[in-house]
Design a protein around this ligand. Structure first.
Ligand code: ADP
Ligand code: MG
Length: 344
């Protein structure tokens, strides 16, 4: 499917259906003098609004912003399960040569799969498809379909060789890859890298709350990121201050539908192919790269507050804020003064 069509169906689903898309964090603006105005542009990409803010607001910066968006579009196409030839080959059980971006996305995905003992698993694609969280009309799949889908899961059935060829193990086993839990973060990293290479002094790439910042924010120094309250996504739970690096959030309020008073959200437990009920409402992760923050947020969500916290603590340079089902917060030991609680 081409980007333009996916974009319009995404917007339609925003308007028409019960499925709700909400960011996990927002960039808080600071007042600044005229000379410090950034170049700013928003486009709909990867199922969300992506905003790039870049300083200084010169023609050169605006060109860099265009290139950054173009790169994100390329990645969106490469990671689209039903647009990528590679991902189709793997669904048919055939080996396939990985394009460069896909290879790097899979690298992060497989690392986090391994470190989270499969709580993050890029092979849950069959179930994502059945629930319809990748499309405009989500709903509850029949039990028997989910049972069959779970049999197709298992990241250990994917091997990527030094030749960059991905192979199902054993050969012929269909693998339904789904990179929605990490590709957006990777695209944010690539966009930020392009801005830096093109000489942009400071900026932030924000894909619906999954973001990467670089450079000192003019007139402010730090970037202030508002973390949404899962109970009231219009309100803030707290504010994170970062000087550079990435933040990503996974929450049960980001993409969901409700049926008979029950919320069905898009983060699935690979143990049963159903929305994970681990006692967590949201996880926000700080890391150097947005790809890692994105995948770890999804992993920690599935693992639950205790195991999720432990997972985050095992990574150097990673911090996190986990909101438990009752509303209590758990934070990693190194978060320090970077996080200010807004209420409670
Ligand atoms: P968002 O896309 O809203 O930022 P996340 O980063 O939390 O959300 O990723 C959720 C997406 O990841 C789902 O829409 C699905 O594509 C995929 N996914 C769902 N469950 C898992 C899982 N257990 N492991 C890996 N990917 C998952
Ligand atoms: Mg994620």
């Amino acid at each position: 499917m081409k980007t333009s069509r996916r974009t319009s169906s995404g917007i339609k689903s925003l308007q028409k259906l019960l499925i709700v898309f909400l960011a996990g964090s927002l960039v808080l603006s600071a007042s600044c003098s005229r000379s410090e105005q950034p170049a700013r542009e928003t486009r709909y990409l990867m199922g969300t609004l992506v905003e790039i803010t870049a300083y200084p607001a010169t023609d050169r910066t605006r060109q860099a912003v265009n290139r950054a968006f173009a790169r994100m579009e390329e990645i969106e196409d490469q990671a689209d399960p039903y647009g990528s030839q590679t991902l189709e080959d793997l669904r048919r059980g055939n080996p396939s040569l990985l394009p460069a971006a896909l290879s790097r996305i899979l690298d992060v995905a497989m690392t986090v799969a391994d470190r989270s003992s499969g709580a993050f698993d890029p092979t849950v694609g069959r179930a994502v498809r059945l629930w319809g969280f990748d499309g405009a009309d989500p709903g509850i799949p029949p039990d028997s379909d989910l049972t069959d889908a779970v049999k197709t899961f298992g990241y250990s059935h994917l091997a990527v060789g030094p030749d960059n060829v991905a192979r199902p193990l054993p050969p012929g086993r269909p693998l339904w890859l789904e990179l929605g839990g990490v590709a957006k973060g990777y695209a944010v990293d690539e966009a930020a890298d392009i801005l830096v290479q093109e000489g942009v002094e400071a900026g932030i790439v924000n894909a619906g709350g999954d973001l990467r910042s670089f450079g000192p924010r003019p007139g402010w120094g730090q970037w202030r990121i508002g973390i949404q309250d899962p109970d009231d996504p219009q309100g803030l739970l707290g504010v994170l201050k970062i000087e550079g690096g990435s933040v990503a959030t996974s929450g049960d309020y980001e993409r969901y539908f409700e049926k008979d008073g029950v919320r069905y959200h898009h983060i699935l437990d690979p143990a049963n192919g159903r929305p994970s009920r681990s006692g967590i409402r949201s996880v926000t992760v700080i890391a150097e790269t947005c790809a890692l923050a994105d995948a770890l947020a999804t992993a920690a969500f599935v693992m639950g507050p205790e195991k999720g916290l432990r997972l985050l603590e095992t990574f150097t340079g990673v911090e996190g804020i986990l909101v438990k089902a009752g509303g209590d917060l758990v934070v990693t030991s190194g978060i320090g003064e970077r996080f200010d609680l807004e209420r409670r």
